[in-house]
Ligand binder design. Structure first.
Ligand code: PLP
Length: 466
């Protein structure tokens, strides 16, 4: 049988899809019981993938079997209720459902011509996101892999726009000899922002760094006088403390002089969708660009990030070599809004998630993250842990008696398989970083987590101090 005949047969008899489906169901049903982080033996079993490239085509069934047998146990239980690592969200069921269907479509999302449905749903998502975040009507959205990429798009739009206002076309003339831009950031901007700045030609030493307060927020008094060459970087949701910068006042100052404000709101921008938390994002609609993830707080599958920009020409021009607003068709061409050409049709899952939850559902889900975080804060304080941050959103920083003990507790919990959370350092102190951002996390999950902290606290040897 030729390879083509073999593949045609697989497509026709659907067995591999049935097989994948049944494994997926098994995985879903086992998510609450599985180790939240793979056991040592599951990690070792990944050695089964260390094989030489097969000479001949092998059966598809065998491949899917291997992936399930040795791959599924080596996953993180990210879609369960007790994964609190980094700021990774869960996945709303319908978003996984539409992903399956659209995976089979295998659309190239770059052009209207290569996927009309992706282009259509991008437009719908753009409008809905503007509504949820209450952004100016001229705002446009590009759908990218995550906030790192969204930051890159936003900052390159800023660079284009600010230089253009200083009579410099960066697409024509490049960076050499360009007027100097003043990039202003506080020391708590996310690593992805620093990376982006250096990719765009603005190294660490060319940034005007200003100090932040003990929650990682910009200190208004430290903000230098702004002018129209300034790009100011603000944050909605510090990756450690979850804190929010003062958008209202900084945006007013920036808008008076024509400076550009970019807000990195990877997970925090969604606070705007919660009635009880929207005070945190007050004034953010006055910025020039916003980067936000679907795959964190909104619980879409990976990967899903969005750049929102109120200056369409700047965003589009900065991402095109020509510097012109090229109209490829009468419809939306997604590639105009992103650096990529070929890309996943990720707006499909974003659309489905927003439509499924509705405004009320998004509010309920986001608010619940905060309530669970507060529950954890209270429970841990009651058993003698120190909560290092103001729990304004979904992040909780926890410390034990000393750094050594805190690190031992992290290790104990990580090895338990019952929940997973990471370590970090906050103001020189070792902390346990808990991020509540999965719709699956229940009050009971938090209770179990508090119990685990208690057991860890009693079990780990306390080498330093008494
Ligand atoms: C996660 C995160 C990013 C990076 O987003 P990705 O989607 O991982 O690329 C940027 N900024 C903040 C504040 C984040 O939490």
């Amino acid at each position: 049988m030729s390879i083509q005949e073999k593949m045609s047969e697989e497509l026709q008899n659907k067995k591999i899809f049935e097989q994948a489906r049944s494994y997926a169901y098994e995985y879903i049903d086992g998510i609450e019981e599985m180790d939240v982080f793979p056991s040592e033996s599951s990690l070792e079993d990944m050695n089964s993938f260390d094989e030489t490239l097969p000479k001949e085509s092998i059966s598809a069934k065998e491949i899917i079997e291997q992936l399930h047998e040795f791959g599924s146990p080596a996953t993180i239980a990210q879609t369960g209720g007790r994964y609190f690592g980094f700021v990774n969200g869960g996945a709303v069921p319908v978003s996984l459902g539409v992903k399956w269907l659209s995976d089979v479509w295998d659309q190239c999302g770059g052009l209207y011509l290569t996927s009309p449905i992706n282009a259509k749903l991008e437009t719908v998502c753009e409008n809905w996101l503007k509504e949820i975040f209450d952004l100016p009507k001229e705002t446009i959205a590009g759908f990218v892999s995550g906030t790192s990429m969204a930051n890159l798009c936003g900052l390159s739009a800023a660079r284009f726009h600010l230089l253009k206002n200083l009579d410099w076309d960066i697409n024509e003339n490049g960076l050499n000899g360009a007027p100097e831009l003043r990039i202003i950031a506080h020391d708590q901007v996310h690593a992805s922002v620093k990376k982006t700045l250096s990719m765009l030609g603005y190294g660490k030493n060319s940034i005007e760094w200003i100090p932040s307060d003990n929650q990682g927020k910009l200190i208004l008094e430290e903000l230098p006088k702004l002018d129209d060459s300034c790009l100011v970087l603000l944050q909605a949701g510090n990756a450690n403390t979850g804190s929010f910068d003062n958008f209202d006042q900084v945006c007013d100052l920036a808008n008076e002089v024509g400076a550009w404000i970019h807000i990195d709101g990877a997970f925090g921008l969604w606070a705007a969708a919660s009635k009880s938390l929207s005070h945190l994002t007050k004034g953010m609609e006055k910025a020039s660009s916003w980067a936000v993830d679907g795959h964190k707080t909104l619980n879409t599958p990976y990967d899903s990030g969005v750049i929102l920009c109120r200056h369409p020409d700047a965003l589009i021009s900065s991402l095109q070599a020509t510097g012109e607003y090229i109209i490829y068709s009468d419809h939306r061409d997604p590639l105009l809004y992103t650096p990529e050409l070929s890309k996943r049709s990720r707006a499909i899952e974003l659309w489905a998630t927003m439509k499924y939850l509705g405004k009320k559902g998004i509010d309920e889900m986001v608010t619940a993250f905060h309530l669970r975080a507060k529950q954890l804060e209270k429970g841990l304080e009651e058993i003698g842990f120190q909560i290092v941050n103001d729990v304004v959103f979904n992040q909780v920083l926890v410390a034990s008696d000393n750094d050594e003990k805190t690190k031992q507790i992290i290790e104990y919990i990580q090895k338990s398989g019952e929940c997973w959370l990471g370590g970090s350092t906050w103001q020189g102190k070792a902390v346990i970083r808990v991020s509540v951002c999965s719709w699956m996390t229940t009050e009971n999950d938090i209770k179990k987590t508090i119990e685990l902290f208690k057991t860890a606290e009693m079990t780990v040897p306390n080498k330093v101090g008494v």
